[in-house]
Write a protein that binds this ligand. Sequence first.
Ligand code: SF4
Length: 322
Amino acid sequence: METANVLLAVENLKTQFFTYGGVVEALDEVSFGIIEGEVFGLVGESGCGKSVTASSILGLVQKPGKVISGRVLLDGDDLLQKTEKEMNAIRGSRISIIFQDPTSSLNPLFKIGYQVAEPYIYHQGKAKKAASNEAVSILKQTGLPDPRDKAKNYPHELSGGMRQRAMIAMALTCEPDLLIADEPTTNLDVTIERQILNLVKDLQEEFGTSVLWITHDLGVIAQICDRVAVMYAGSIVEQADVRTVFRSPKHPYTQKLLRAIPAADSAGENLEEIPGSVPRLINPPSGCRFHPRCDHATSVCSEKKPIELEVSPGHTVACHLF
Ligand code: SF4
């Protein structure tokens, strides 16, 4: 991957949680880069470290967690070296996030219109009236029906899909360089999910925003992402453009993940489950963390951690088979 147009470079990121039960090794030297204007997917089963990756990038890892080492370069500037005040300015201006649960971002005590208008007032210094017009306009862009009326509603007066649109509007008010979407469609029905995916794709193209899309669902990755990193137990095991990962997956875990998603034209028959579960990350398996679930494991797999190798241009795999 060329480095010239990389917006965000995550390098050897290591995040741990110091609990009474032991050290949770949540991220083990995670590295990937997001190119300007692309939608980059991060996929894996729940508990594999996807959301910890997002909070590590945003400087939001809560105690007893800590980013131990690594770098998070935004346009070459290391976010891990920023003060809390500097990160506050970056969050909500250069990087925005939308969550699975919009209620975690929307304040139940304030009307939607006020909440969407707030960044225009505080980050861009606009007058109240102008900010509220801007809020209605961006709510309209997200496809919210009757945006002027809905702006007068409190979050609980809107449906889940509408709240998600309002949160996307809030995230886009400052025209961020990077939008992090952390499983934002998981609780929505399939029709609304598709609408939200199309909406984010349209807005991403219009604003030129880069997107980090976090999901457990490879189907979603296929619909919206340009490139993808597959994550397992705190490590990236494979990265490539989406077409390559779907057509020619190399890592045994990616292959199993793909066999576990239903084809668009099937009713779910011939699906395989991935045996076992994501390991606990206190005392994770030695060597390759996937070895207890891998059909191809050999003795070296439990002894030595595989390093990421480029198997074709832009396609990397961390597995001793390569
Ligand atoms: Fe399987 Fe070994 Fe490759 Fe890990 S390194 S995925 S255990 S073959």
